[in-house]
Design a protein around this ligand. Sequence first.
Ligand code: IMP
Length: 176
Amino acid sequence: MSSQSKPIILLSRQEIEATVRRLAAEITKDYRNRNPVLISVLKGSFIFMADLVRLLDFPLEVDFMRLSSYGRSSRTSGKVRVVQDIGSAIKGRDIIVIEDIVDTGLTTSFLLGYLREKNPASLRLSALTEKPSRRKVSVNVDYLGFTVPDKFLVGYGLDWDEKFRYLPDICYVEVE
Ligand code: IMP
């Protein structure tokens, strides 16, 4: 990306807010009495998680994980490792993974497999966005925000090389 190129809005903050409200309503309907653990995948889902939990007016817990694909690239390398694990025991608990984006699906698929081995009572996924055109492994998103085109997204937590996470809208940038 040239240093001159500017992020262009794809999804406005108003559209995002309405969608997060819709997801919160769906999750509330299913989890109101289940005291779920919401696991946010850092760093990209931190804003989505923060907005979402404030719309969930029932008992729940939060936890965080950090995953990384090797290499520094705008495209995932496909090799995933756990950089920071959850702090809570999730055996027998109802888990909702909170993701920013499902692109090839490799990261999310790894994560769901990793968490499944810890024997939760149930395991579901909420992703704010997904890019089906780039999917390499099948991942079922239980609570999906937006289906997005094959563009490199930034803002609302998403970054390009650690830039632009703070933008309130979801934008796209031209990358090499
Ligand atoms: P996947 O393994 O290809 O599904 O990609 C997972 C991770 O790659 C996401 O959690 C993001 O951190 C990153 N990623 C994929 N596409 C984008 C994008 O368009 N913008 C920013 N990060 C992305």
